[in-house]
Design a protein around this ligand. Structure first.
Ligand code: UT7
Length: 347
């Protein structure tokens, strides 16, 4: 038995931070940002109340309404996030409460930019065990809460957002066929938030030294991302006995357009098959892959072969081969959240 994605939802805040606005904050140019990253704008949760749980609840609400899912039937919620509402209590608990997932257990998983793929694999194995039938995986991050808008190495990259999927038992031959997940502690010092955890608890000194913001050795992470994603994609394709010709779509983590292009070049896959929305949202960490699945859901047809790949802090990376299964029927294209969002954008 395999698990398959049967519904998708997403949410991004209405406030748009474009490259021109960033040039007013740090020494950079719109042209540099777009050429070196592919990013034109990102969404920011401006309202202080709009924490990661708010973004996740909005994405789940979008999924529930669009596909008329009964929240009481959901048995489990796995939240992938690097920016929980609090260090302690789990953000997933609040999400279950606010989304009406009153019969579901919930827990947080922090695998940074690879979080969604890791959570998807955990959920899939629970469905495959036969002990659970309906699990929601949500990737959500409010990266603006850990970005230093005076640091040009990072503030150009990140945005806020959330994407959610429902996974259920697949019709035979469909669903998540093979996943490979990897971790490597060698990357910890190259991409991290140095303080606020048990190693460097929050203090006046840590705040003065800006240790609660994300730090990244960009060019080192870039090279590791390209090499690791290329390698793990080849490995998962080989283990699943797919060749590059079998692939209909690639859904990669959206960290940098040049990384995505380099990986598709290494795999020798036509770039037309690669899904990209980084220009609109930047790097939303745990949310990039589910936001891509949400944005491009109309392109994915039953029986098509999709390759997902991610890379993030830790380092952590992975890839999955999915034979797109039967989706639940969608009520209509626009759910309440989408309408609210469009109304917000227009106002
Ligand atoms: O999602 C988790 C994984 N994260 C990633 O995969 C992100 C990986 N890294 C990247 O996306 C890229 O490394 C960055 C976008 C962060 C930086 O791009 P890069 O092409 O690797 O630039 P670089 O760090 O090698 O710097 C090249 C030059 C330097 O100037 P010099 O030394 O050549 O004079 C930098 O000082 O570009 C300069 N630079 C900038 N210039 C204008 C660095 N950041 C900026 C900036 N605006 N924002």
């Amino acid at each position: 038995m395999k698990a398959t994605i049967t519904a998708v939802g997403g949410f991004v805040p209405s406030y748009i931070l474009n490259n021109d606005a960033i040039t007013a904050m740090v020494d950079t140019t719109s042209d540099w940002i777009e050429k070196r990253t592919g990013i034109k704008e990102r969404r920011i949760a401006k309202n202080d109340d709009h924490s990661t749980s708010y973004l996740a609840v909005a994405a789940i609400e979008n999924l529930i309404q669009s596909y008329e899912v009964d929240p009481l039937e959901i048995q489990g919620l796995i939240l992938a996030t690097a920016t929980p509402d609090y260090i302690l209590a789990p953000t997933a608990s609040k999400i279950c409460e606010k989304s009406g997932l009153l019969n579901a257990f919930g827990f947080d998983m922090n695998v940074a930019c690879s979080g969604f793929l890791f959570a998807l694999e955990m959920g899939a194995t629970m469905i495959e065990s036969g002990r659970y039938q309906k699990i929601i995986i949500v990737g959500a991050d409010k990266m603006s809460s850990i970005v230093d808008y005076q640091d040009r190495n990072t503030c150009i990259l990140f945005g806020d957002g959330a994407g959610a999927v429902l996974i259920e038992k697949a019709v035979e031959g469909y669903g998540i066929q093979k996943t490979i997940l990897k971790t490597d502690g060698s990357g910890t010092d190259s991409l991290l938030v140095p303080a606020g955890g048990s190693k460097n608890p929050a203090s006046l000194v840590s705040i003065l030294h800006k240790k609660h913001f994300i730090y990244q050795d960009g060019s080192y992470v870039f090279k590791k991302a390209v090499a690791s994603m290329s390698e793990v994609c080849n490995e998962v394709l080989q283990e699943n006995e797919w060749t590059k010709e079998d692939i209909d779509w690639v859904v990669p983590h959206q960290a940098n357009l040049r990384i995505i292009k380099a990986v598709s070049d290494n795999l020798n896959i036509d770039f037309d098959k690669v899904k990209v929305n980084i220009e609109k949202y930047g790097n939303t960490t745990s949310a990039t892959v589910p936001l891509c699945l949400w944005d491009f859901k109309n392109d994915f047809k039953e029986g098509q072969n999709i390759l997902i790949t991610t890379f993030g802090a830790g380092f952590s990376w992975g890839a999955a081969c999915i034979k797109w299964g039967v989706m639940r029927r969608r009520k209509n294209e626009k759910s309440k959240v989408n309408q609210l969002q469009s109304a917000e954008c227009l106002s």
